[in-house]
Design a protein around this ligand. Structure first.
Ligand code: MTE
Length: 318
C-alpha cells in the first residue's frame, strides 16, 4: 500500500539495527553473556514461530472454487508481504513477524449477533471443514500472487454466530499489541487495522477465513493465525491476525479508507477500469514474472459476484 503521509516510513528507516536483522551474523559476532542471552530469547521465539507455522492441517481440496493458475512458490508467498504491523517494506514481515504469539488465540464475536462470545481459535478450526482454495491475490499496488489457501468458508461461521436482522455489515479487527507488533509503535496507520464487508459479501461462498497455506498453518507474516481472504477485492481487504469480528448496522470505518479516502474505498473491488489516483489498475505484475498481465474485472469472478453490485455505480463506490 502506498499513501502520501509524512509518517509513512521506508523499510530501511524501521528501528531494528542491521545486526539484529541478520540472525546468523549476529550470533557469530556476539561475545558478551548478555548479548548471548538476548540472542537465545530471539532465536527461541523464531523457532516457536517456525514450529507452529510448519504444522500440517487436515483439509479437503476444493477444485471447483480454485483457479488453475500455477501457485507462486512458498518462498515468494512468505517473503514478499504487506503487513505494516511488522514494517512497511515487503521483506520486513518475514524478518520481524516471529515476535507474534499465535497460540493461544481468541476471536471475540460481538455486536448484532445472538451468540456473542470469545471463541478459542482451536475450537473454531476443529469444528469446521477446512478447504484448500487456490486464489489470486491482487494487491492494489498492481502486483499479484497465486496462493493455495487453507481456510474456513466465512458463511459457515457466520451461520453459527447467528447475526440479528439488524446486522448489515461485518467488521474485522487485527490484534493491537505494539509489544508483539513493532510496526504499531509508528503512526503509519491508525491502529488497530480494521476492515469490513457488507453482509452479502461476507456470506458469499468465495469468502474465507484462511488459517493455512500450502497445507500448513499460516506463517506469521501471512496473517497467522487467522486472516480474511476475499478474492474479488484488492488485497488490503484481506485483514490479517484477526482478534475481533463485529456485526454492525452501519458501514465500518476501515483503516485504508480512513487513511486515504480518495484513494481507498470501502468496496475495493478489483476493477481495471478505475485507476488509483496515482497509478493505473489496468495491468498487474505476477510476482516472479517480468511481463505484466491484464487485470480482470472482479479479479476474474464477474459471473460469481457482479450480482452483488447490481445498480451500483462502481466508479463512485470504488
Ligand atoms: N492486514 C493487516 N493487519 N495489516 C496489513 O498491513 N496488508 C494488506 C492485507 N492485510 C495488511 C493486512 C495488504 S495491502 C495486502 S496486499 C495483503 O494483506 C497481503 O497479504 P500477503 O502478505 O499474505 O500476500
Amino acid at each position: 500500500m502506498l499513501i502520501k503521509r509524512p509518517a509513512d516510513i521506508k523499510s530501511h528507516e524501521i528501528a531494528e539495527p542491521a545486526l539484529y536483522r541478520d540472525r546468523r551474523r549476529f550470533l557469530q559476532q556476539v561475545t558478551s553473556g548478555a548479548a548471548l542471552a538476548f540472542a537465545a530469547g530471539t532465536s527461541s521465539l523464531l523457532m516457536l514461530a517456525e514450529a507452529v507455522a510448519g504444522r500440517k492441517l487436515d483439509y479437503r481440496k476444493n477444485p471447483q472454487l480454485s483457479i488453475d493458475n500455477p501457485p507462486n512458490s512458498l518462498k515468494d508467498i512468505t517473503r514478499y508481504n504487506n503487513f505494516y504491523e511488522f514494517g512497511t517494506g515487503k521483506e520486513d514481515p518475514a524478518k520481524n513477524a516471529h515476535t507474534l504469539r499465535t497460540e493461544p488465540w481468541t476471536v471475540r464475536v460481538e455486536g448484532e449477533v445472538e451468540k456473542p462470545a470469545d471463541y478459542h481459535l482451536e475450537d473454531l478450526i476443529k469444528s469446521s471443514q477446512l478447504e484448500e482454495r487456490i486464489y489470486r491475490l491482487r494487491c492494489v499496488e498492481a502486483w499479484s500472487m497465486v496462493i493455495p489457501w487453507v481456510g474456513i468458508p466465512l458463511a459457515d461461521l457466520i451461520k453459527r454466530f447467528k447475526p440479528t436482522s439488524r446486522a448489515k455489515y461485518v467488521e474485522f479487527t487485527t490484534l493491537h499489541d505494539p509489544g508483539q507488533m513493532p510496526g504499531q509503535r509508528r503512526a503509519v496507520l491508525d491502529w488497530p487495522y480494521v476492515e469490513g464487508l457488507r453482509m452479502d459479501e461476507a456470506m458469499h461462498p468465495l469468502t474465507i477465513l484462511a488459517v493455512g497455506l500450502y497445507g500448513e498453518v499460516l506463517p506469521n507474516q501471512n496473517g497467522a493465525p487467522i486472516r480474511l481472504v476475499v478474492p474479488w477485492k484488492y488485497g488490503f481487504k484481506s485483514i490479517k491476525s484477526i482478534v475481533k469480528i463485529r456485526f454492525t448496522e452501519t458501514m465500518p470505518k476501515t483503516s485504508w479508507a480512513l487513511a486515504g479516502p480518495s484513494e481507498y474505498g470501502f468496496y475495493a473491488n478489483v476493477n481495471p477500469a478505475v485507476d488509483h489516483p496515482r497509478w493505473s489498475q489496468a495491468k498487474e505484475r505476477r510476482i516472479g514474472e517480468f511481463l505484466k498481465r491484464k487485470t480482470a474485472m472482479f479479479n476474474g469472478y464477474t459471473d460469481e459476484v457482479a450480482g452483488l453490485y447490481t445498480g451500483m455505480d462502481l466508479r463512485r463506490n470504488f
